[in-house]
Each structure stands twice: as C-alpha cells, then as structure tokens.
Design a protein around this ligand. Structure first.
Ligand SMILES: Cc1ncc(COP(=O)(O)O)c(C=O)c1O
Length: 381
C-alpha cells in the first residue's frame, strides 16, 4: 500500500516536485559507473554555485544534515580545542554537544529560544581567547530566527578561527555567498529548501579548513574523513563508501529546478509567501514568535493562543486536512507550532490551504475565527 499524500508544511521534509520524484525512479547505476560520475560532478558544481564558493571540497555527503554537522566537527575539532558556538535554539545546542563529544572546550553563547541573538555577544566570545572554530546556525529551525552571519564571520577571520555554519534550512531558500562571507565550513540537508528527499548533506570545506584537517594530530573519523571523501568526490573517484545514487539523482533534479528559477527569484518567492502567511495569521489573531525583520522566511513559529491544545491542533491538521506542520521543540514545546514553506512547498496556494486548515482547527477548539478574512488578507498585496 503506498502511503497517503500529505502536504508537508512543517520544519522538513518539504514536498518534492514531480520531477524530483521521477528522478528517484531512474535506473540504478553503480556509484563508479561512467554514466553516473558526470552527473555527480555536475551536482558538485551546482552545489558550489549554490553555496557561493569555489571550494573544490563541495559534495553531497551520504546522510542527513546531522551527518554534515558530524563531518564538520569530526574533521575540524580535536580534543582541547576552544570552540565558540552560538546557541539560540535546539540546533545550536546540538552543534555545541557534537563539538563537546569531539573533546572541544565549548563556549556556548546562549540566547533565550525565540529571542534574536546579538551577534556582538558571539564576537566578544571569539575575541576573549584563542579560538579554533566558531559554529553557528544560520536559520534556526526550532525557533524561526535568522542569524546575521557577517559580523561573526569577520570576527572569526580576524581571530584566525575557522567559521562553520549550519545551512540546513537556509540553503536553497536564501542566496548564499560562502566565499564572500568568509565561511570555512557549511553543511546543509536536501529535505528543506532544496525539496529533495532526506538523506544527503551538501557540505563544503575551504582550503583553510582542509589545512586544519592536514595538521591534525589524529585522523578524523573514518566515515567523514575529508581526505578519504575527496578520494571519491575528487579526480581519483576511488571507493570510500557506496554513494546513495538514487538520492543523488533526486538532488540533481532538484538542482535543475533551482537553476531554472535562479536563487534570486527563489529567495524572493520564499519571502513573498512568508509575508502572505503573516498577513493571514494576523487576521486569525495569531502572533508569530519572531518579528519579520529577524525571522527565517522559510519557517515561521506561531504562538498558540491560551487554551489551544498543541497535540489536538496538529492532529486536526494532519487527520482532517492532510497537512503536516511541526510542534515546538525544547522550551517551546506546546507553546508554538511551526510552519515551513520551503522549496517546492513555498507557494501561495499552500498558504491559503494551511490558513484555512488552521482556522478550522482553531474553530474545532471553540475559538471564533474568520477564515474568509484570513484568506483575503493573505491574497492582498
Ligand atoms: C537547522 C538544522 N540543523 C540541523 C538539522 C538536522 O538535520 P537532519 O534532521 O537532516 O539530520 C536540522 C533538521 O531539522 C535543522 O533544521
């Protein structure tokens, strides 16, 4: 039995397009097949363009966004390294924990979840002592806060620290300029704004990051060893692991769609539907957690009005309207719901559909709502 069609408007995965779905069904080839390798090279090149980098080490790592994070900490951190991590949500917290598990002396620069971090606080922590690496989350999916990377990148560079960014939710939704910013390591996931299935982590490492790998006292973990990975993803095309060929097909199709739209247009689309959503939420008397100026366009966290039960609300959307949305994480559990309008899912008709479903779910819990007004507000402008 095939699973039901569910509209994926949560924090990920996002909906895949017909083209991406069809690509997953292309004939399976070996990961060293002469017909597969040019396709892989093309994917790597288009990932460079997407990240805004000339880094030779740019590749779709097997595994989800979390493996991209493991690859960064596994290659770039050794026991005793002082590492500064900006923590303003669950994913920053996980980044800090992953670094600690590599033996780093982690300095967490914490901001209350949902509040906007002050980049100057991270800059001060970088300047307070020798730092091997500074890690931050660009688009914090647990809250919907977008971080201003530029001042942090500049401070990391001035301090001689590597700058590593979690781009899981931002890549493919916002224009990325890794080289221009001075990013040494960035990792993403395919299931957010790229709208390919989960299972690959686009990853890029700068020449400075690779020098750091070469200077290590001990080799990195085998599965994510940058040198071994380049054995396969570089000119040698030597076996390191069996690349998930069908996922690379899907990513290739997703990148075709990104190229056809262009990143400027794609960012504009994400911003336009986010604004549309906010107008409709306002008409439903619902307040986003984060002000628009600091919010991620692809993910909007929304406060529950008093008395609305999170589980009942989300079950209504899933079971009655066949729409998946996300709940709050950590200290925000039960207090917010999270709407993702990502990649193929970021379109006006989905905004209207989810606003109507939200209105209906609120009405089912006894609240007076004007769904028609919400739809009209969303359509206006
Ligand atoms: C910002 C951020 N970082 C990392 C991850 C982890 O990615 P994955 O779940 O693909 O392992 C996520 C997933 O939601 C995320 O949103």
């Amino acid at each position: 039995m095939p699973p039901p069609e569910v509209l994926l408007l949560g924090p990920g995965p996002s909906p895949t397009s017909p083209l991406v779905r069809a690509a997953q069904a292309w004939p399976l080839l070996g990961h060293l097949d002469p017909a597969f390798l040019p396709l892989l090279e093309n994917v790597q090149q288009r990932l460079r363009e997407l990240f805004g980098t000339a880094n030779a080490f740019t590749l779709p790592l097997a595994g989800t966004g979390t493996s991209g994070m493991e690859a960064v900490v596994g290659n770039l951190i050794e026991p005793g390294d002082r590492v500064v991590v900006g923590v303003h949500g669950i994913f920053g917290q996980r980044f800090a924990e992953a670094a600690r598990r590599r033996g780093a002396d982690v300095v967490e620069v914490r901001t209350e979840f949902g509040a906007v971090p002050d980049p100057a606080a991270i800059v001060r922590a970088i300047q307070a002592g020798p730092v091997r690496l500074c890690g931050v989350v660009h688009a914090e999916t647990s809250t919907g806060v977008l971080l201003d990377l530029r001042p942090i990148a500049a401070a990391a560079r001035a301090a001689g620290a590597l700058f590593a960014v979690d781009a899981v939710t931002s890549l493919g939704g916002l224009v990325w300029q890794a080289d221009d910013l001075g990013v040494d390591a960035a990792f993403s996931g395919t299931q957010k704004c790229l709208s390919a299935p989960p299972g690959l982590a686009p990853l890029t490492l700068s020449a400075a990051a690779l020098r750091r790998v070469a200077e290590r006292r001990s080799p990195p973990p085998f599965a994510v060893d940058a040198g071994l990975l380049m054995g396969y993803f570089g000119a040698d095309r030597a076996y390191h692991h069996t690349a998930p060929v069908s996922l690379v097909y899907a990513l290739s199709a997703a990148l075709d769609e990104v190229a056809a739209e262009g990143m400027d247009g794609r960012e504009r689309r994400h911003r336009a539907v986010a604004a549309q959503l906010r107008r409709g939420l306002d008409a439903l008397d619902l307040a986003p957690l984060v002000a628009a100026a600091h919010a991620t366009p692809m993910l909007t966290s929304v406060r529950y009005p008093d008395g609305v039960d999170d589980r009942v609300f989300r079950a209504h959307l899933r079971n009655v309207h066949r729409i998946e949305i996300g709940g709050g994480l950590g200290s925000l559990a039960g207090r917010v719901f999270r709407l993702g309008l990502m990649g193929h899912g970021a379109r006006p008709e989905n905004v209207l559909r989810v606003l109507a479903a939200i209105g209906d779910a609120l009405a089912a819990q006894g609240r007076a709502v004007d769904i028609a007004a919400a739809l009209a507000a969303a359509r206006a402008g």
